[in-house]
Design a protein around this ligand. Structure first.
Ligand code: CTP
Length: 406
């Protein structure tokens, strides 16, 4: 059976002369029993007629974000969810710039923003446009965001010039999609539990103690683990992030609630990643009524919350346990102490409170430590770091189960 059998592939076609080659991509994918739907930009239709793609896929071509009939057949969000992968071929310089800017002014660019599946682009343009710093910068940013880039190839161009910018051949695009979708993830068959975000400890019905955690790192880790083939459950404190497509998401508020939700699931998990910024102290007996400002000063009595990470690490048998250490000073030393005192398999240390990275930021720099090793991941987008971290966790887990393999 073809590895593409039963897979749903969304093919975006933008306005370049190479658009005629996309018909062959569709033919190859369909012959491998994939289900293909095509989305064309308005300018793509100047190069190839939608009927070509309709005949090859057996479905009407989508092109208009605000078309009532198209939305009724399958709305754009539904279309994004339907796909196992989104490939844009050809991807013009203009479309690449739009993707980098995150614009959503037509159906295809909207889908690129809404899709939570792997995205591939096959750039196609004149060689000067390709080597322009603006395009190269756009491409670099997209690569950092995890967009897969196919080509371009070099050779004679439609404009008569010679150089880089030709779209790679249909067969190479087909092969790339096949290898991406048939990739066996490093966490295939494993179950991963991730905690993320802050907790809120109520003082009275309107006030609480919390921290600046945005939850971004934990959410990216949950996504990366899922993309690596794991069944992922996420226990999340209050955050304002879109919900990823996972096996389970449990929303909690307090450290005590997070403790219960994590402990309930940890025993049946292979890996626990404690990325949440759990409050260490919570007010003893929150007031039932709003506290009035009658007194010139106010004392709050706090008590320690349960240490979720240490409790999971103490389970026997228990999951491979990965903790985080948010530190403002002595990063490595403090992280090492936490690794030992909480008996963790791995700890991820990050500096907080500085100018770069940390809480609320989209990027971070991490030092990862385990019993007899460590590695440094320099400042990079959290999405990229999450993938690296997941690969490292998979490697260390494998080693801890079978130490002679290293
Ligand atoms: N953690 C936890 N439960 C708590 C407190 C922290 O599970 N009640 C976890 C966090 O999810 C993180 C790790 O412990 O993975 C370290 O959190 P951090 O705040 O850096 O350290 P603490 O252990 O709280 O120690 P300190 O605040 O003294 O640095």
């Amino acid at each position: 059976m073809s590895p593409l059998s039963g897979k749903n592939i969304l093919l975006g076609v933008t306005g370049g002369i190479a658009a005629y080659k996309s018909a062959e991509v569709v033919r190859l994918l369909s012959a491998a029993n994939a289900s293909v739907r095509v989305v064309m930009t308005r300018s793509a239709k100047s190069f190839v007629g939608p009927l070509t793609f309709q005949a090859l896929t057996g479905y009407p071509v989508y092109s208009d974000l605000l078309d009532v009939d198209e939305e009724a057949a399958m709305g754009h969000i539904q279309l994004a969810r339907w796909a196992d992968c989104l490939a844009v071929a050809p991807a013009t310089a203009d479309f690449i710039a739009k993707m980098r800017a995150g614009l959503a002014d037509d159906l295809l660019s909207t889908l690129c923003l809404a899709a939570e599946v792997p995205i591939l682009i096959a750039p196609a343009m004149n060689r000067a446009m390709w080597s322009n710093p603006a395009t190269l910068e756009n491409i670099r940013v997209l690569a950092e965001r995890g967009i897969h880039q196919l080509g371009p190839a070099t050779g004679l161009q439609a404009c008569g010039e010679n150089g880089y910018g030709r779209m790679i051949e249909a067969d190479a695009i087909y092969q790339a999609i096949q290898s991406l979708l048939s990739r066996k993830g490093s966490l295939q068959g494993l179950s991963v539990l991730v905690s993320a975000g802050p907790t809120r400890e109520p003082i009275d019905p309107v006030r609480y103690i919390s921290n600046r955690s945005s939850g971004k790192m934990g959410y990216e880790l949950a996504r990366a683990a899922s993309e690596a083939g794991a069944r992922v459950s996420l226990v999340s404190g209050p955050v304002s992030l879109p919900k990823p497509n996972l096996d389970a998401i449990v929303e909690v508020q307090t450290a005590a609630e997070m403790y219960s939700a994590v402990m309930e699931r940890a025993r049946t998990s292979d890996i626990y990643i404690g990325a949440a910024a759990v409050a260490d102290y919570a007010p003893i007996d929150a007031d039932i009524q709003k506290i009035k400002k009658n007194d010139p000063s106010l004392m709050l009595s706090l008590e320690r919350t349960p240490d979720i990470l240490a409790s999971v690490a103490a389970m026997n048998p228990g999951p491979f346990t990965v903790g985080f250490a948010a530190e403002t000073e002595s990063l490595e030393n403090n992280a090492k102490k936490k690794l030992e005192s909480k008996n963790l398999d791995m700890i991820v240390a990050n500096q907080v409170g500085g100018r770069e990275g940390g809480f609320e930021s989209d990027q971070n720099a991490l030092t990862v430590l385990w019993k007899d090793g460590q590695v440094r991941f320099e400042l990079a987008p959290k999405k990229q770091l999450a993938h690296k971290l997941v690969e490292l966790i998979a490697e260390r887990l494998q080693y801890s189960r079978n130490p002679r393999n290293e």
